[in-house]
Structures are given as C-alpha cells and as structure tokens.
Write a protein that binds this ligand. Structure first.
Ligand SMILES: [Zn+2]
Length: 348
C-alpha cells in the first residue's frame, strides 16, 4: 500500500477513478465525494512534501472571494489534469474546478476539484475588472474542457460548442458558489472579460443565458427587459438612452460596468463584451463593430447592475435545486412564534 492512500476519506489512484484515461504511474491520488450537489465527483489529494511543487496553488493572503471566472481548456481532460499537476517550475497554471466534456473514457459533466477553494489558483494572469487588478487572489475558477477554436481557411474562427451535461454540472456548481460567497451577477465573468485581447475563453458558445435563466448565475437581461421603455420604467437609468451607435459612448458604458482598458485596446474590450453579451452564440458577430444592439445591451446592463450592493442581488436559486438557506428564515419565524407562545404560557 502506498502511503498517499491514507490521505482523505476514500482515496484512490487517479487512474482507477478514470479508467482508461491515465497511466498507473501518474502519482496522483483522488478522493471521491459529492461536491456542491454533484455526485460522483473527485478531489485531487494534496501532494506529499517531497512533491509539493505539484500543488498548483498558494495562499490567498486573506483576500475574500468575490469573482467567479469561467474558462475553457483548449486541451483534453487528461492533458488538463497533467498540466495542472506537473512540476510548477515548468508552468504555474491551475483552476479550482475542471468540468469534463464527453470523451472516450470520461463522461460529460464529471467534476474534478484540483485546488481547494480557500487557496489561490493560478488562472487569470494579467487581469482587471473595475478597480481590481490581478484577480487570482479574489476569485474561484472553473475550467471547461473544450477545444476552443480552430482557424479556418476564411480566417473565420470555428468554435466548438459546449456539451449540455457539462453545462448542467457547471451551472449547479456555480449556483452553489455564487450563493455561498454572495458573488455579484456582474462578477461572474469569462477570462476574456478580465483579459480582453489576450484571452478568448470561454468563447461565444458559452451559454451565459442558460447560466442566468436556469441557475441564477451571472448578469443577463430577461425577455421583458429587451425593451428600452421597460428598462427606463424598471431601473430609472441616470444615462439617457444612446440614440445611435457610438464607440466612445459604448466604451464609457462598458468601463462604467466593469471592463478595464488597462493593458488592452478598445477593440479588445468591445469584442469581449459582444462575445459575452450582445453577440453571444453568434461567433460571426463577435467583432469590434459597434451596432445598435451593442449600445442597448451595454446601456441596459449598466442600468440594471451598476451600484447594486451584494445583499440586494443575492440570486434566488432555480426551483429544481433545493435551497436550504432560503428555507431557514421560515424556520426562524417558527422559532420566534414558538418562543413567544412559551413566554405567553409562562406568564399565565
Ligand atoms: Zn482561461
């Protein structure tokens, strides 16, 4: 028996957890568990002292988690795990969670935790949002196994779609994270949002609308909010509705919303915004041209989400996920009524 087997509640070598995917000598042990409601998940056990450079994380130095950042891997599941557990002198790169896509020996939606939540993963690199620079200490990261894109002859990038089961796992995971850490809707972001022009993940096919509608994760507009007058009625925006496409006005709205121009170009910021919002699911529209719909989205999002404190925006969970936190207030009231009844009885 190898000594590492003693770590964790139910540890096993990685190759036994994912048969056919890894070699027996990978030297990685995992513990099977249910992570944030997702059964059949695994956590990589910390490496022993002699191999401490295979732990791709370090301290948050007291920083609080306030962002959730979405990525795609470009490489497959096995290679992702190998990269995140190789000697860190070669490359420091990791994420807290890896959500698998459908591969020969791995089922889509399978969840592997690589970095403990209280530790800093190395995923964001040069990054900025609002006044924050370097988002690693203040964020959690989810990597989605996805090949990204390939260049085609017409210079048009061909992006790979996401698997439904993969999105379901990621949605359930993210919903739980966002509620626990009270992460603001506009602090759930793609890597490209915080590093525009430098990074392109999670790409135009990442279904942000599904995360919003099905899992109460991130910022988006409801169907009835796709209307100028509805936005004015509901949010009373300070900024007048922009009458025509204007690059400077768009950039002003985007930087007010959170995008940062530090270390990047206006084009990069506009493309990142369109990929996430106004041209999401339409890769051919994810360019830096400014259209009316881009102006509308930027204006509406700024009106809906700017200057909102965390307590007002705690997302309510979707109905199919049990929410014990939400039931707690009812229990509290019951307790108060019971105590009042006892006081009344004892006063008789
Ligand atoms: Zn990334």
């Amino acid at each position: 028996m190898e000594p590492n087997f003693l770590i964790g509640a139910n540890p096993m070598p990685l190759y036994k957890a994912f048969p056919g995917e890894f070699k027996p000598d990978a030297g990685i042990n995992v513990t099977g568990s249910t992570i944030r409601g997702i059964e059949g998940s695994y956590t990589i056990d910390p490496f022993p002292v002699a191999q401490t450079k295979r732990n791709h994380y370090d301290s948050r130095h007291g920083a609080k988690i306030k962002y959730l950042i979405m990525h795609y891997t470009v490489i497959n599941f096995a290679l992702t795990v190998q990269t995140f557990t190789a000697n860190a002198d070669t490359r420091r790169v990791s994420a807290h969670f890896v959500v698998a896509q459908n591969e020969a020996h791995v089922a889509a939606g399978k969840l592997l935790q690589v970095v403990p939540e209280d530790m800093r993963a190395w995923h964001a690199g040069l990054s900025a949002w609002q006044a924050d620079e370097d988002l690693n200490p203040v964020s959690l990261a989810v990597e989605h196994v996805n090949q990204g894109f390939r260049e085609t002859t017409g210079a048009q990038r061909q992006y790979y779609p996401y698997d439904q089961n993969q999105i379901r796992s990621s949605g359930v995971l993210s919903n739980s994270i966002v509620r626990q850490y009270n992460i603001l809707p506009r602090h759930v972001l793609g890597h490209e949002d915080i590093a525009p022009g430098r990074k392109y993940d999670p790409g135009p096919y990442f279904p942000w609308a599904v995360f919003y509608h099905n899992y109460s994760v991130g910022a988006w507009l409801d169907q009835e909010e796709m209307d100028k007058d509805a936005i004015i009625r509901k949010y009373r925006p300070q900024r007048p509705y922009p009458l025509q496409p204007d690059r400077d006005v768009l950039l002003d709205m985007l930087t007010s919303y959170g995008y940062s121009l530090r270390g990047t170009t206006p084009s990069g910021v506009i493309r990142a915004f369109k990929t996430h919002f106004s041209a999401n699911q339409r890769p051919d529209m994810c360019d830096d041209n400014v259209r009316e719909e881009d102006m509308f989205w930027a204006w509406a999002l700024e009106a809906k989400y700017s200057n909102i404190t965390p307590s007002k925006t705690t997302p309510s969970p979707p109905s199919h996920i049990p929410n014990f936190a939400q039931k707690a207030p009812h229990k509290m009231w019951f307790l108060i009524l019971a105590i009042q009844a006892i006081i009344r009885i004892s006063n008789l």
